[in-house]
Design a protein around this ligand. Sequence first.
Ligand code: TD3
Ligand code: ZN
Length: 306
Amino acid sequence: MLVTGLEILKKAREEGYGVGAFNTNNMEITQAILEASEAKRSPVILAMSEGAIKYGGGYLARMVIEAARDARVPVAVHLDHGSSYEAVLRALRLGFTSVMIDKSGEDFETNVAETKRVVAAARAVGVSVEAEIGKLAGVEEHVAVDEKDALLTNPREAQIFAERTGIDFLAVAIGTSHGPYKGKGRPFIDHARLKEIAELLPGMPLVLHGASGVPQELVERINRAGGNLKGAQGIHPDDIRLAIQGGISKINTDTDLRLAFTAAVREVLMEKPEIFDPRKILGPAREEMKRVVMERIELFGSAGRA
Ligand code: TD3
Ligand code: ZN
């Protein structure tokens, strides 16, 4: 059933578990996410970026929303990293039940003002809003400590931002980054900073972007089957568990599904050179992604919560 993002995340925050927001841009990914969530009796968030909406056209977005309606678990359809008021309005018109406006790259006052406009529009049609404060990308090991501090979310600023904008959930920067290269060894996650933010924003569901685990087993399979993903590294499962305890309710995962898809497709094409039926190539990829989503659901603690 299709529900708002807040309906899913409010309960998650109160009961102390995380819910996965998995990115989709085609039918097989959508099916993998929903089949896994139904199998685990877990609520779930289907995320689409502007790029994904553009790639698939309006009918892909409508298909994703239809699939969410048909699902036997609560599903929110969410705009990921909306870049403008106009992009949010397009998502609202398509029927999304949750939107993110990401003006974290702008100065604080611009971020507040733009986010407020989106909250006003979304509120009018009962849709939940996520916004971001702090910067995710570029938190590399060679960045100096004081620079790092400037990039990560400032707890007091987060509190003021949430009060002034009226958002429903807040994305924070605590050391994660997008994509398969998140740092060397175990990337540092600033749990102390998260604790401060959560204390200043009691009850507010917090969002962790760039949270993929980048399973080494998948990286190795991709590399063995002709890929090249040297040095890929994700967020440690213990850091995900700790972050959920610390107030994170929505955990964004895209890279892990891309890796699962790529591993399966590479292996099928390499091991079965006689096949040419798209279903025989994409079917195994769907199964591999489903397996990854089920694992993530177990890690987040959302199994059985639907
Ligand atoms: O917002 N997203 C998904 C889009 C990022 C492109 O991969 C995330 O925060 C997912 O992060 P991750 O760790 O899966 O790249
Ligand atoms: Zn993100």
